[in-house]
Ligand binder design. Structure first.
Ligand code: NAP
Length: 298
């Protein structure tokens, strides 16, 4: 018998993840701050709760995917939050990318009610969320991961237990360092190809299956070529993750030179009002310096 599950946060990621849970046939309750976003889920068979507290009271396992640390705190500890509805034996699985330290604090509050917490941030973009192929990096106890596994498998393909509480969020920051420094390499390479008069599509085709291949190059390179800046992942949220990585590096006393450089480049784009564009718009910061533009609008 499957358990009753709830999903809080029906944004770019939560939308695809929740549709996959419904497609798998699970009993799903949803809640979203902007209620209009819940209508398509109600049409697909989900119950729409009035508050996170109601959702937590109805469900055995509560999945969350909202923006930033204060947003998870709001849905957990705020008025009509999860803590107002949760009881012993329930499990909270947080897919948001947030502070590892705040994660441990919230987990302690949830443990105080006899419930459990997994930090389970994801990677794979909006495409991975829609296709159910996300990578999920999990901090917490193995027995709770086993309990959540049937639902996690509807949303992701690479489900890895990386350590204790907070370790999932730390591994996600490792992921984000790799993502942005790679995006910088993709941007610089495409700008160089454009300046050299190369055909961008055949250049990417020639290199993407070799040692230089990457998810960012294959998924976001084609978007750059047609100057399609719609977000899989918004610059504003990317900056939130870089802030978390740089804060953690500060605590650990280690330099993150390339990561902080990318964060400063994104800041110039935010200053220009481009924070809602996709993180592949990083190339615009380099175009500004080089005085040329890559690709042509579709
Ligand atoms: P998004 O499209 O902006 O959606 C954010 C969701 O959080 C919306 O449902 C929003 O509700 C909700 N929310 C924000 N603040 C809230 C608050 N204070 N109280 C209640 N709900 C709140 O963002 P996303 O791209 O899905 O990202 C969600 C999380 O996944 C983030 O932590 C992000 O870093 C992570 N992530 C994203 C990607 C990606 O490629 N997009 C990949 C991996 C991980 P409203 O509808 O009311 O605004």
């Amino acid at each position: 018998m499957s358990e009753k599950i709830g999903f809080i946060g029906l944004g770019i990621m939560g939308r695809g993840m929740t549709h996959n849970l419904l497609k798998a046939g699970f009993d799903v309750t949803v809640w979203n701050r902007t209620i209009s976003r819940a209508v398509e889920f109600s049409n697909a068979g989900a119950y729409v709760a009035a508050t996170p507290a109601e959702l937590a009271a109805r469900c055995d396992i509560i999945f969350i995917c909202v923006s930033d640390t204060p947003d998870v705190e709001a849905v957990v500890s705020g008025p009509d939050g999860i803590l107002d509805g949760i009881s012993a034996g329930k499990l909270v699985v947080d897919h948001s990318t947030i502070s590892p330290k705040a994660t441990r604090e919230m987990a302690t509050r949830v443990h105080g009610r006899g419930a459990a917490w997994l930090d389970a941030p994801v990677s794979g973009g909006s495409e991975g969320a829609a296709k159910g192929t996300l990578s999920i990096m999990i901090g917490g106890e193995a027995e709770h991961i086993d309990r959540a596994r049937p639902y996690l498998e509807a949303m992701g393909k690479n489900i890895v237990h990386v350590g204790g509480q907070g370790a999932g969020q730390m591994v996600k920051l490792v992921n984000q360092i790799l993502v942005v420094v790679n995006m910088l390499a993709v941007s610089e390479a495409m700008l160089f190809a454009e300046a050299g008069g190369l055909d961008l599509a055949s250049t990417v085709k020639a290199v993407e299956k070799g040692a230089a291949g990457s998810w960012m190059l294959s998924m976001r390179g084609p978007q750059v070529m047609v100057r399609d800046w719609r977000p899989g992942f918004m610059i504003d949220l990317q900056q939130k993750d870089l802030r978390l990585a740089l804060e953690a590096a500060e605590e650990l006393g280690i330099p993150l030179i390339a990561t902080s450089m990318v964060s400063h480049l994104y800041r110039t784009l935010q200053k220009q009002g481009l924070g809602k564009e996709g993180n592949h718009a990083l190339i615009k910061a380099l175009e500004h310096l080089a005085g040329i533009e890559v690709g042509k609008a579709a």
